[in-house]
Each structure stands twice: as C-alpha cells, then as structure tokens.
Design a protein around this ligand. Sequence first.
Ligand code: UDP
Length: 239
Amino acid sequence: SMTAPIYKRILLKLSGEALMGEDKYGINHAVMGRIVAEIEEVSKLGIEIAIVVGGGNIFRGMKSANDGLERVTADYMGMLATVMNALALQDAMKLVGLVPRIQSALRIEQVVEPYVRGRAIRYLKDGKIVIFAAGTGNPFFTTDTAAALRGMEMNVDIMLKATKVDGIYTSDPKIDLEATRFHKLTFDEAIAKNLQVMDATALTLCRDQKLPLSVFSIFKAGALKRIITGEDEGTLVTV
Ligand code: UDP
C-alpha cells in the first residue's frame, strides 16, 4: 500500500563525499546513478526538491588553507568545487528524464545561472529540481549552512542531510559497536552533545527558524522515500 507523503517541499543536502563512493576523490558515476535513482523515486511522488551539493570530494577550504593558500582563496576554490559537482549531478539527472536547474551563489553565468530566489521557487512549483551551487557564496561558511539558508529561503518543510551513516549515533558506529541511533533529538541536544551532525552555524539557523532536520543514509535503498512518508528512518532533529 502507498503511504501519503508528509512533506511537500524538501531541501536535500548532498555532501561531496557522498558522490565519491569508495574512491579517494572525485565523482563516482555508479554512486551518482544510485543517488539520482533515490531522488527520482521521491520526485515521482510529486515532492518539490531543492538540493545543496557540497564539494569536499574535490576541494575543501579549511584543510587546504595551510598549503600556502589564504583561507579565503581556499574557500573560493571549495565553492567552485561544488559547482563542478552540481554540473555532474545535473547531467546524471537529465539522463533519467528529471529536469534540473542549477543556481549558483557565485556568478559564472556562461556555466550556471545565478541564484534568484523567486525563479528558484517557480522552478520548484513547476516540478523542476533546483540544485544550489557555490554554497552561500561567502568564505568561512559551509555547504551545510548554505543548505539551512536555502531551505529557509525556499520555505521547505524539512532539510534532509544525506550522510554515509543512517542517522545520528551516540558515538561513531564504525568504531564503537555499542553505539545506538537517536530516533529523535532536539537541536539543543544536538548542539550540547556536540554530536558532529553539522556545524553549529547550520544547526543554530535551523533551530532559530524551526526548520526540522533529518539525518539519513542516501545509500540505504528507499530511505529517502521512507522519510518523506513519515516512517522511522534516520534521526529527526526538531526544536
Ligand atoms: N565553502 C565556502 N562557503 C560556503 C560553502 C562552502 O567557503 O558557503 C567552501 C569551504 O571551503 C568548504 C568547501 O567550500 O570546505 C566545500 O564545501 P563543504 O566542505 O561544505 O562540502 P561537503 O563537506 O558537503 O562536501
């Protein structure tokens, strides 16, 4: 039996690392295909989907800032990395008949259109999938913060952070076999327990604007859809 979706519009945060699969860097095309299939399933339910894509699989500012680069330079390089991922994601979506539109927080207009809020909302209403690239457009921020920001701007019902692990755990489940998954948490608990879910800026934004957050695994088949239909999956963080 089909369960009805409980959300109408969502913001999906895909980290760059999700796109590299077991590779050491870059984009793994098989993995990209699997992720797109999960998105397609939800799109077919009529859910409006906005995506913020990270860049850590190609370039991460904070790590590279030591190698003779200014932090700001490294951050701009990181933001450009997210544009590359967005382009790859866009093509992978087109292959299966989805209609993606990239909007970038940095202007590179021959490649992708700039972020225009009203136009992005129009696209969502038309059933197009909007991919937000270049993070917030500002150094010293993260794509998690960009996801919270765009989620709020798009008036989404929930932000979904796709990770490799299927939720937030008491400790790292890959190291600690006793680790257990939180089904639900408040933002204050997540911040106080320092659970490494997202950076504090992103968590605080979600909390202050009462934007619910779900942390789930994009590699668990059907998990994205189960969250959309309100089943117990991942970890739900609310105020
Ligand atoms: N970045 C930035 N401002 C933003 C978003 C991202 O400067 O608003 C830079 C930052 O250097 C970051 C890199 O882009 O390390 C890639 O983004 P992120 O690390 O968030 O990607 P993810 O971890 O999701 O792959």
